[in-house]
Design a protein around this ligand. Structure first.
Ligand code: MF3
Ligand code: CO
Length: 247
């Protein structure tokens, strides 16, 4: 964890988060049945370039695209390609922005056309789980208070949290310490302090929590092939609680 040192660090990081949210909004508007995930990635590349920013994902550990597009049973790290979105699909868009060396990271899950009610509930519960986690991201709390809030909200609603992928510190790099699991007991791990920047990202499965990786070496899917949803925000800890930078 590299905490923010000054108000000007926070200002540039805010700009990075704002760029990300504008790109996300434009991609959200582009998602519809009939579009391919490669087309979404091309749009992302254009939108990010127009903001004078860089994709934090492209080239990261060899990742080949600008965004991650994870469909249905894909949990995270879906690689854009020639797959065509169709009615009843759900898709997670995950974007990382590097603006002047200041990193932000966010994800949303969208329904393509009409989806079944349980999958709709999965998306809503995952989104609210992120809100529940963010509420705990305040000075004096322990890191695992975030994890516990997410897990308990998700399990109360009958879904499961992914274990193999976690949130992370962020700010001057895409991934900084500490890891932020979406499960755990409260009151553990580091105490949260002003200037810390966290990417909180619940990944929630409709069925069981177990995952596996496809042969592309990247894409995680649910073992039971049931759908998974993902929401993420980058937040800064301030005196007044968590400031969501990617809104
Ligand atoms: N939000 C995800 C994460 O923090 C996406 C990373 S994609 C990668 O792990 F390409 F950069 F790995
Ligand atoms: Co992330």
């Amino acid at each position: 964890m590299i905490p923010l040192k000054s108000e000007s660090d926070l200002q540039v990081l805010r700009a990075s988060g704002k760029i990300l949210s504008r790109v996300m909004q434009k991609l959200k508007d582009a998602v519809r049945s009939g579009i391919t995930t490669a087309e979404i990635d091309n749009l992302a590349a254009d939108f990010i370039q127009a903001e004078n920013a860089r994709s934090a994902f492209k080239g990261y550990r060899g990742y080949p695209a600008h965004v991650c597009t994870s469909i249905n049973e894909e949990i995270v790290h879906g690689i854009p390609g020639n797959r065509v979105l169709k009615d009843t699909d759900i898709i997670s868009l995950d974007i990382g922005i590097d603006f002047k060396g200041y990193f932000s990271d966010a994800a949303i899950t969208l329904a393509v056309g009409k989806i079944d009610p349980l999958t709709k509930k999965l998306i809503e519960v995952t989104k609210t789980a992120l809100d529940e986690g963010i509420k705990q991201a305040k000075t004096g709390n322990h890191l695992s208070d975030i994890s516990h809030a997410i897990q308990s909200y998700v399990e109360r609603n009958g879904f499961s949290v992914v274990r193999e992928f976690v949130g992370h510190g962020i700010g001057f790099k895409l991934h900084e310490e500490p890891e932020i699991p979406n499960f755990g007991q409260p009151g553990e791990g580091p105490i949260l302090k002003k200037g810390m920047v966290l990417a909180i990202e619940p990944m929630v499965n409709l069925g069981r929590w177990e995952s596996e990786i496809l042969t592309n070496g990247w894409t995680a899917i649910t073992k039971d092939n049931l759908p998974s949803a993902h929401f993420e925000h980058t937040v800064a800890i301030t005196d007044k609680g968590a400031e969501i930078l990617t809104n």
